[in-house]
Design a protein around this ligand. Sequence first.
Ligand code: NAD
Length: 665
Amino acid sequence: MAEFQKMIRAGIPENLPEPKKLNPNVSHAPVRKKILGRDEEKLALKNALRYFDPKHHEVLAPEFAAELKAYGRIYMYRFRPDYAMYARPIEEYPARSKQAAAIMLMIQNNLDPAVAQHPEELITYGGNGAVFQNWAQYLLTMKYLSEMTDEQTLAMYSGHPMGLFPSHKDAPRVVVTNGMVIPNYSSPDHYEKFNALGVSQYGQMTAGSYMYIGPQGIVHGTTITVLNAGRMLQSGDTGLGGKIFVSSGLGGMSGAQAKAAVIAGAVGVIAEINPAAAVKRHEQGWVDELYDDLDALIGRILKARENKEAVSLAYQGNIVDLWEALAERKIPVELGSDQTSLHNPWAGGYYPVGMGFEEANEMMARDPEGFKAKVQESLKRQVAAINAMTSRGMYFFDYGNAFLLESSRAGADILKEDGNFRYPSYVQDIMGPMCFDYGFGPFRWVCTSGDPKDLQATDRIAGDILEQMAANAPEEISQQMKDNLRWIRQAEENKLVVGSQARILYADCEGRTRIAEAFNNAIRNGEVSAPVVLGRDHHDVSGTDSPFRETSNIYDGSQFTADMAIQNVIGDGFRGATWVSIHNGGGVGWGEVINGGFGMVLDGSEDADRRLKSMLYWDVNNGIARRSWARNEEAVFAIKRAMETEPNLNITLPNRVDEKLLDKE
Ligand SMILES: NC(=O)c1ccc[n+]([C@@H]2O[C@H](COP(=O)([O-])OP(=O)(O)OC[C@H]3O[C@@H](n4cnc5c(N)ncnc54)[C@H](O)[C@@H]3O)[C@@H](O)[C@H]2O)c1
């Protein structure tokens, strides 16, 4: 422990560590396309070297130049720390501020090789969701966190720690911005260039905000989505027994689909082109059976339907081949979606049909334009097969991966006559009206002791509160309460913890506040042994402006504005968040979304109690107010209900217009 603490405090080491070879046992980020001209390459090198004493430049310059050439980025592999990377119990971090120690724990969790997608390239998930751009940034940030007091704030610019600034105890300890650019410079190639230069990064949602909790978050969100998608097909809660759900992707987030389908009681059929990803999910037990033969798979689907099995079947191959086979043979499928990484279509997010996995990897770097044409052709075929399936009754939804957007850009038959997409995003039909508009959204916590007993205690506390609330909930939100109550009561048995001792559920403002308050009390009276970090993913009612996802059910024209996300992060910042973050990109792609979040350390103190009430209230009601102003009825209901209990909340409500009057104009 002493050695670990010494290394953290040292930051960038005085003497150069030995060069390090890449670990062949972990996944590595794909080679990024060459985007810099000769002068820009020099600039990238100059930028990287500014972290180091000039006496080391002669050794480091050729090494970094070689990294840039080989990988398209300078990761500074030599500086990877020698200690094991994982979320340690909070007491083990060298720190003068408990809050800073909690942030160190969260950062190490995001880089834990058991958690992160490409740990040595500092990528947590989504192919490019980065915690830092290089190892120097990591070392320096951890050093600053070990030194800082509760009277300082660390400013993080896209992974780069700009430094510690004097502030005050109620200010955030860390303010994170990722990928903020001047709007006209927000194309995918701008990202590639700025990232290669070492001046910007893609924080995804919970990678660059230190709030990733492994696949648990997405298992929960996907379970809720699949359950509610099933309710779109049939009234009431009759379950998904014998219903087929087809999608693609067994990667970082998409891997949750198989498990969620089983928890929801359906037959999940997921295609995955990368054999390593399919096998990994199978070995983990997240997918029950693997097939590379379409005939065998289809036979098994029909049997599972007949037996009403809750089972997940993976097709090791291209999703387009699977859809085309299902369409051609007229196999009945109730639910369909897609979760390839179409937020990143040209650099490994989507594999075109008709090519092997390795062949595609090679082509995307060698012939980017040719590869783009292949992707677009493949998307057209995929949409044609999906259209055939929906014409026979399948319900298809976009699951927040830019499938509709990229298919439309590819010229696929995905638009209606009025120019809108043929299919809804899951937020339009499901998450928006059923969850976000009522203030239901992700609420997660991490027990910083690392002790599973603390997690059990918090599960129990949260479950008891949801149970009390469900007993008195108005009908509009009673289903959400019940789903989440069931989820939390079964959470331990579903064995979802990977990395830190973390949990997630969905709750509204009252639920989030009451649970947080009860956690803080439990820490104070010793029922929970150490501080708890509260947070959420950015996929929520208020945190994210994303016209094709979180705000796709906003219909007053404001879905392309980002005032809500910016207001949210500013408001969280001065109401007591321990850290705040605001990102460009994440989920649906660079330039397509602004998303923000927070972390809050509960330590049992009265300060924490005051902060949680103030901040959570804003963090949920800001978005409900905006959704209500957009005339979303569920949000009008929710904000009026909130105003009844809080005299200091006074929201501008929309007046309705008679449509006939407008038709006359
Ligand atoms: N709805 C949500 O709440 C939500 C949450 C998280 C992520 N997402 C989005 O979902 C997408 C997937 O995220 P991820 O973390 O799983 O990414 P990922 O890159 O880890 O996984 C995507 C998988 O799809 C596979 N794939 C690509 N093309 C394929 C094809 N043609 N056929 C079969 N398999 C193919 C890839 O091999 C990869 O394993 C991203 O765009 C992400 O932004 C949505």
